[in-house]
Write a protein that binds this ligand. Sequence first.
Ligand SMILES: Cc1cc2nc3c(=O)[nH]c(=O)nc-3n(C[C@H](O)[C@H](O)[C@H](O)COP(=O)(O)OP(=O)(O)OC[C@H]3O[C@@H](n4cnc5c(N)ncnc54)[C@H](O)[C@@H]3O)c2cc1C
Ligand code: SF4
Length: 560
Amino acid sequence: MAPRQQQFDFDFIVIGSGFGGSVSALRLVEKGYRVAVMEMGRRWNADNLPRTSWSIHRWFWRPKLGLRGFFNMRFFRHATIYHGCAVGGGSITYACTLLRAPDKVWESGTWAGLADWKSEMPAHYDTASRMLGATENRFVGPADRLLKKTAEATGTAHTFYRTSVGIFLPPVGEPGDQTVPDPYFGGAGPERTSCGGCGGCMMGCRTGAKNTLDKNYLYLAEKQGVQVFAETKVVDVRPLDGVSDGSAGYEVRTEKSTAFIRRQPRKFTCRAVVFAASSLGTMELLFRLKDKGSLPAISARLGKRVRTNSESLIGARIPGSTDDYSQGTAIGSGVYIDDHTHIEAVRYPSGSDAIGLLTTILTDGQPGPQRVWIWLRSALVSLVRHPIQTFQLYKPWGWAKEAVILLCMQTLDGHIEMHWERPWFWPFRKRMMSAGEKVPTYIPQANEFAKKFAEVGGGIPMSTLPEIFFNVPGTAHCIGGCVIADSPERGVVDERHRVFGYRNMYICDGSVLAANLGVNPSLTITALAERAMSFIPQAESVPKGAANAAAEPAASPCVA
Ligand SMILES: Cc1cc2nc3c(=O)[nH]c(=O)nc-3n(C[C@H](O)[C@H](O)[C@H](O)COP(=O)(O)OP(=O)(O)OC[C@H]3O[C@@H](n4cnc5c(N)ncnc54)[C@H](O)[C@@H]3O)c2cc1C
Ligand code: SF4
């Protein structure tokens, strides 16, 4: 009988097809490995993407309720976390903003000093930017012009910038919606249609102008032989043949994520595993596998130092304006209102008004019940003094055309923890629960900026209801939980993303980030994955027999 190492179904199994997963898949297949990607979400294209956010079943991901979209909201005591779930991960729903983290982030957190990040990362950022087609936004819509005017009124105009976006923009002076052969990869990529500035990026781009991962990394990976298993959820990963450190390979078990009854369980074997299921997804899977004894040696630091990028969502609604605030790209511009606080102008496409149900009148004050009273008082005062305007703030139709969300992010260090425990309200099953100090939901300088923004635009400033009622910040940028560190006493992976306690096991997603970036994280996740994959040797260069021994924490490569 052939020895086990020649019988693996795949050399690598990558769990998740988001930014970290797609980079891993492409770079590994280019190095000569046989690669599979297991992805819980569905494939999306112009024909099945929703037209507006009212098409809840095509937007939200909650398969047990029959919702099979690409966007999920998870509620924890310390944060409401928004994330993507699709072939292409968060790229299907993300707002395409691709920003480099400031150099100072490499000096804080458990990754500080483990590599010469400041000199290594620029080259990986360059590759990531090229692959994702990052370019300066040229669609400056009414929301961006209002942000600029507000910056001028608050003395921060010098910090106004147009975002770098991963979108195929039309050439200067030409209209959008034009289809051309692959403009990015010398003909190896798919044909593309240029952006028309409809503001729909977060509802999925039906034009095909958004540089989602299924049009770059994942597209090229599949072309080179990577097998992507869609609607396939990984439920178990355990070392093969009782070799507890995984040096004899792994068995990966999956189920059909969209099945109601017949879960279609399957088993695959592989020599190496890359966890790339996002910060939340990887933490949840590893907690489960550690708890059930499949991967008991995962560091006890799992779930520690989870960061929400210190965010707050405020904004303004400008009823009766002749401007259509949904026009432009989803995040077209930003400003820095102080050294730590960054604000971006965000929009949804015309007709996508459902998210407006979460917005309300701007509310100041300390978090807690007191803030709920302040909200109630502000709403009542506004109703009495400006009844028409208040009605216009709350009416659900026309919201996307009239509203601008201001996404406020801070580099200040705040973090929470995730635990795996039985909730008091449902003690029959363990689940991931948040713990620790609450991250502030009320950022006074952000509220002041929102007030000025509304004043300059002639509208009404807004807060979001979960922030007021539950003192829970909302974030689309959950990072950390399996952070890079020098030892299992401080983190879950080393500086080459190798999981402490196991061989041939890596984590390449937002969970490894060890500091609040203060900017949207996808470009950094992509660049870090590029860096991690650069340490893995070509398949044929690893001598047979040495293969499984190679990926110890102190050494580097894996498999052959
Ligand atoms: C509405 C919205 C807008 C955003 N806008 C921006 C932006 O403009 N710029 C920016 O930088 N970031 C943005 N983000 C954040 C960005 O999407 C994430 O930071 C990024 O996608 C994280 O990348 P990742 O590689 O960690 O994982 P993801 O891209 O989240 O991919 C993980 C994948 O793993 C899959 N998965 C999870 N568990 C399993 C399992 N057990 N088995 C199989 N598959 C599994 C998931 O379905 C998912 O597809 C936005 C997010 C949202 C929700
Ligand atoms: S603005 Fe519209 S066309 Fe342009 S990338 Fe976003 S969704 Fe696509």
